[in-house]
Design a protein around this ligand. Structure first.
Ligand code: ADP
Ligand code: NI
Length: 221
């Protein structure tokens, strides 16, 4: 990937501060630590690729949740704020457009009803975000999210849904079903081969967890 210039490095620092100010209070699993993990993972995944702009990867990783429908009440307002922020810091218009194409189209929920083709930079950020939803951290985040939204952990009488629209996806009832409705599907949806490999291990962690969870659940029945 194209190396980061000194000026871009400065912009990245400012973007990071902006993101921290927006997400440091989040209590739904989209907190600043999630962003830091996604940025690091995206950087790692980008190393394997000759093409693309690392700056676009890293800024998109930083900003991907700042405009998310789950986090902000008014998405258009949040998008306008981010756009003005980038313009004020002299980010090239082409980069701003590339960043917005990524952060407005990369989420799992956005891709339920139709599939968006992402650029290479977008595919990397999407993989990094998805890796953080699986494995041990993914389990932690799912229960944290479920608790924050008042969902119950599990009810064997409620079957996981096979196909959902975007609105139905947001009306999920149990945390365990979220594993079947989303988390176990992510490994097959990874774009880059490095992410596919990492996803295999993290998915095995989810499967072991589910097996244990159900064994304990059924123990006293
Ligand atoms: P995206 O932002 O890609 O649409 P989500 O909002 O589904 O993805 O997921 C962001 C994080 O919140 C993930 O770690 C995910 O597992 C968790 N999460 C989202 N919805 C639920 C849910 N209904 N139950 C439990 N965890 C959830
Ligand atoms: Ni995210």
């Amino acid at each position: 990937m194209e190396k980061i210039t000194e000026k871009e490095q400065e912009i990245l620092k400012t973007v990071d501060k902006f993101v921290y100010s927006k997400l440091s209070d989040d209590k739904t699993g989209h907190d600043y630590a999630h962003i830091q993990r996604v940025v690091k993972m995206a950087q790692r995944l980008a190393q394997g690729s000759a093409q693309g702009r690392l700056f676009v990867v890293l800024v998109s990783a930083e900003l991907h949740d700042v405009i998310d429908e789950k986090i902000v009440a008014d998405q258009t307002k949040a998008e306008n704020e981010v756009r003005s922020f980038l313009e004020a810091h002299q980010v090239f218009q082409a980069d701003i457009d590339a960043i917005f194409a990524i952060i407005t189209h990369m989420s799992f929920s956005k891709n339920l009803e139709h599939h968006y083709q992402l650029t290479l930079e977008g595919q990397i950020v999407q993989d990094a975000d998805r890796l953080d939803a699986i494995g041990a951290i993914g389990i932690g985040r799912a229960f944290y999210y479920g608790g924050a939204h008042g969902h119950i952990m599990y009810d064997p009488k409620i079957a996981p849904r096979q196909k959902m629209t975007h609105d139905e996806y947001r009306q999920n009832e149990t945390v365990i079903n979220h594993f079947y409705e989303k988390l176990l599907k992510l490994a097959d949806l990874m774009n880059t081969s490095a992410a596919k490999q990492a996803a295999q291990h993290r998915t095995a962690v989810l499967e072991d967890f589910l097996q244990e969870f159900k064994a304990e659940w059924n123990q006293n029945k």
